[in-house]
Unconditional design. Structure first.
Length: 201
């Protein structure tokens, strides 16, 4: 059985919070590799609020090249319409068949919303979920939600404490807009890409 992590996100831009989380889950859950999946059109974010997918894809590639266990997939950006995780997981299931188990990786904020996701029942059947701690979201709140999912959906969600990185893409975008430094919040290659392409101005 191949164990594959799926790290979904808008990655607008990708930062060390995403990278440290994916690496922590990879090593703690013995994953063979992690596939980063930049979202096409996120259902919960308005289109004009999200940077062109070609930029987000390239920044994700730049950020992950130094890790031999990280890959990037175009599966969502090449698919028409709004990106739903259920469709992505189903597509990966088709590609990998029964030879792989999938671990969907997400931060505490995302997992707290999981029960609002499309076809959450089917989703919980198709892959494992690993919820990572994220500064600003209490571990106790996360555990409460996991308990609730266990009770209502009869499925487990793994949780993992990862090195705390109080970094968000929203904050990085704001810093760029205000002309403040984004150094050490994200890989240098991504920082240069942002400057070169005049993103977030
Ligand atoms: P935005 O501020 O635009 O929402 P973000 O920093 O939350 O951006 P996303 O692309 O929305 O980044 O997040 C993708 C996934 O990574 C989500 O599951 C999110 O919970 C997780 N994540 C993002 N930042 C961190 C962090 N600092 N620590 C742990 N997990 C994180
Ligand atoms: Mg977010």
């Amino acid at each position: 059985m191949t164990r594959i992590g799926i790290m979904g996100g808008t990655f607008d831009p990708i930062h060390y919070g995403h990278l440290v989380t994916a690496e922590a889950v990879r090593t703690n859950y013995n994953l063979d590799y992690v596939i980063f999946v930049p979202t096409g059109k996120p259902p919960h974010k308005k289109e004009y609020e999200v940077t062109d997918s070609s930029h987000r894809y390239l920044m994700t590639v730049l950020a992950t090249v130094t890790n031999p266990f990280f890959e990037v997939s175009r599966i969502e950006i090449d698919r028409e319409g709004v990106s739903y995780t259920i469709d992505t997981i189903k597509q990966f299931k088709q590609i990998f068949g029964n030879k792989a188990s999938l671990f969907f990786i997400s931060g505490a904020d995302a997992i707290l919303e999981i029960i609002t996701w499309k076809q959450v029942d089917a989703l919980l059947d198709l892959c494992y979920f690993v919820a990572a701690t994220r500064p600003g979201y209490e571990l106790s709140e996360l555990n409460k939600k996991i308990e609730y999912i266990k009770k209502v959906y009869k499925r487990n969600i793994y949780s993992l404490e990862v090195p705390a990185m109080a970094i968000s893409s929203t904050d990085i975008r704001k810093r760029v807009k205000e002309g403040r430094s984004i150094k050490y919040l994200l890989p240098e290659s991504v920082e240069h890409y942002i400057i070169k392409n005049g993103l977030y101005k």
